[in-house]
Write a protein that binds this ligand. Sequence first.
Ligand code: GLC
Length: 415
Amino acid sequence: MLKENDRGTYTVPTKGLYPFQWNWDSCFTAIGQAHFDQNRAWTEIETLFAHQWPDGMVPHIVFHVYDDGYFPGPDVWRTNRPVKTSGITQPPIAGFALRRLYEMSTDKQMAATRIKALLGPIHRWHQWFYACRDPHAQGLVAIIHPWEAGRDNSIDWDEAFARVPTDGIDPYVRRDTQHADPAHRPTKEQYDRYLWLVQHFRDLDWDNTRLHDASPFQVVDPGFNAILIRSCADLAEMAQLLGETEIAEQNRIWARTGAQALEALWSDPHGQYLCLDRVTGRLIDSASIGGIMAVIADIPPARAAAIARTIEREAERARFVVPSHSLDDPRFDSKRYWRGPVWLVVNYLIATGLKSAGEVRTAEKIVRSSLDLIALSGFAEYYDPLDGEPLGGRTFTWTAAVVLEFLAGHPVGAR
Ligand code: GLC
């Protein structure tokens, strides 16, 4: 599947539904590619960073070639980049991928050369986050569009999203619902709001010094922040190894302050972290995978243990873990995208975090569940946690990539 979806220097998530390069997909893809072609794996990440914006942002989609099978395309984003891109970002997993690729590399000298060239660009991206998405120096960054979280229609956003108007949006035709069942995708009302935000940012000329404060949607997602914190820590380690001490020191500081700030998002009753609505200043009462993914950062052991217990509780009711939303919540929907289904890349992150925290039994359960889903339903985009039905796109790149990791015994032996 990784080869089938390979377009030479970048890989599409799946044919039809997603015909371009996606930011965090590419980083997971590189980890999968490293199992059979390390040179190609580095190229995947290099291609992504070749399209970094001058301000440091790395866009969530790079529209390498024209394809009208996807909406919203470059004519809607209008970001004026030489190669067209979207105007928002995605979870910054590149630092983590860099370190994983280094661990796996059989030619450490080649790896060091490739890493040396990527350290600066990834560092600038991290710097951009703290300057533009934490402009009031609170230690955590906000997303300003649900698509940035990579969890497009999560229940986490519902309340804050209700504040986003829908008036004045240009007429449009969705393309995702022509490739996948509309009942498994975001609703029309959500789509109107996604587009209102895009038009609003476009009217502000994609000027990232203004977008954060001008957005009616500013949410601090613990999963997103934990990915950034982990990437800062991993980048620091790679920088140290190559003698780039300034980059190492700065990223260590970001990782440390981020991990401390994350504590404010912890919820004892839910046994996990929660999102914070930065506009109202309140925690959002929504037990989603975002607050569980946070285990990918170096969180206190007691938090990781509580998260493991929370997953074990979900596993008593869901046949497959980890559901993207808690089954306790009446808003849980087993088939609708990020409102309940299991996503294998998220499982990979959670299992990796749990393994580091010593919660090996739960990590093993997650990996077993992931491989059971593959055996039952193939390489889908996401799966129903109750019956394992494959949902969304098929022959899905990042699903295949993390399966290669699981089969290689990373983060834990599966059986
Ligand atoms: C969807 C997912 C997002 C992913 C993209 C491409 O939009 O929500 O996380 O990056 O598809 O696979």
